[in-house]
Design a protein around this ligand. Structure first.
Ligand code: PLP
Length: 391
């Protein structure tokens, strides 16, 4: 059975060109980039070319790009080093962050005594920037603000330019988890005064196990992995040369086709919202995910009007790969923090969230198949409580 893949916020399939570029690198450029002989130096050049390419995309300098193993590592490094090496005493964040951010913050709270202030989002999942400003003004402590660009479960976008400007005015550092937006949107960090950001190649048809951290020059951030001079001593360890080449190829393809891909996914997303509304009575959409302007085009977060914890499994058996929430928490029995923020208690008790996430490879037929499968599954559920109180 050919699988229908609607879980692109968890990971994306590799492009053929990316696979070719990686295989050729593994075959031809196996030298250690730290070796001084020509085989080593050829591998080093491949890495530096991708670093330049990433820097050009973000309008920053190559020295500000540090390759890592993934988005999780980048976010851990930025948050932990901000506390350990930059003297951050307070972190302002929100309950919507990915676990690699929220758990890094909690780690710094318990081990280093950092004060943590959370901005609770409204029921649409929006972060109130007035509240942020009040918090920024309320303390003299050295502060790091950590707010993600696009939420991986509901797709809500936060205006990181405004956040960065507020942070500048009030002397705070600003980190944004940009894992879901890197290579999906134009990001100009010469215009957005963010201090730190993160990227993961597998979210835009690159390989798993490679990403980067953007670290603004002169921030003084240090690495948390030591033991070698690689990546300007900010991230010790022999570089994943083929992975970095794959990241570069995936970025090149994303940028070359960004307009077409964006248009395609916007059309697919609004088609999905319409089709599911027509086929699944009572379906709703969470946060801002059904709004085209305030939400990332890759994610549509739906809420089915009945409780069905087996929905993922049932769809899988019908050949559709899809998550209920983020991949990292989809195996967990506890509801995700993001859903707890945007759903009412009634909805949590009586409804089922489903995250539909797209790529440029998603076709209308995939959505039709999902709608037909959901229609069939939904028919087995008597919608007992049509008076579920929605937020
Ligand atoms: N941040 C966000 C918003 C994500 O969606 C993810 C992955 O799902 C990560 C961080 C972690 O990235 P990685 O899988 O590269 O560790």
């Amino acid at each position: 059975m050919n699988k229908i893949y609607l879980d692109n916020a968890a990971t994306t399939p590799l492009s053929e060109e990316v696979i070719d570029a990686m295989v050729s690198t593994m075959r031809m450029n196996f030298g250690n980039p730290s070796s001084t002989h020509s085989l080593g130096q050829e591998a080093k050049i491949l890495i530096e070319n991708v670093r330049r390419q990433v820097a050009d995309y973000l309008h920053v300098t190559p020295a500000e790009i540090i390759f890592t193993s993934c988005g999780t590592e980048s976010n851990n490094m930025i948050i932990k080093s901000s506390v350990e090496h930059l003297g951050v005493e307070r972190i302002i964040s929100s309950p919507l962050e990915h676990k690699c951010v929220s758990e890094s913050i909690l780690d710094m709270k318990s081990r280093k005594g950092v004060e943590v202030n959370y901005i609770r989002p409204n029921q649409k999942g929006d972060i109130d920037l007035e509240k942020l400003e009040q918090l920024l003004m309320a303390s003299e402590k050295k502060t790091l603000v950590s707010l993600m660009h696009a939420n991986n479960e509901i797709g809500n976008l936060t205006d990181i330019k405004k956040v960065a400007e507020l942070c500048k005015i009030h002397g705070a550092l600003f980190h944004s988890d940009t894992v879901q937006t890197m290579a999906h949107m134009n990001l100009d960090f010469s215009d957005i005064p963010v201090d730190f950001a993160s990227c993961s190649a597998h979210k835009f048809h690159g390989p798993k196990g490679v990403g980067f951290a953007f670290i603004r020059k002169a921030s003084g951030l240090k690495g948390i992995i030591t033991g070698g001079p690689q990546e300007r001593s900010l991230r010790a360890g022999t570089e994943n040369v083929a992975g970095i080449v794959g990241l570069g190829k995936a970025l090149e393809l994303s940028l070359a086709h960004m307009e077409d891909y964006t248009r395609h996914m916007q059309q697919i997303k609004s088609y999905a919202a319409e089709k599911l509304t027509a086929e699944v009575p009572g379906i709703k959409f969470n946060g801002r995910s059904a709004e085209m302007d305030n939400s990332l085009y890759t994610v549509l977060s739906a809420l089915l009007p009945y409780k069905n914890p087996l929905i993922g499994l049932q769809l899988d058996m019908k050949g559709i790969a899809i998550s209920q929430g983020s991949a990292c928490s989809s195996g967990a029995s506890k509801p995700s923090m993001v859903m707890m923020m945007v759903l009412s208690e009634d909805e949590m008790d009586h409804c089922t969230p489903l995250r539909i996430s797209f790529s440029h490879m998603t076709a209308k037929e995939d959505i039709d198949a999902l709608a037909a499968a959901l229609k069939e599954i939904s028919a087995d559920f008597i919608i007992e409580n049509t008076n579920v109180e929605h937020r």
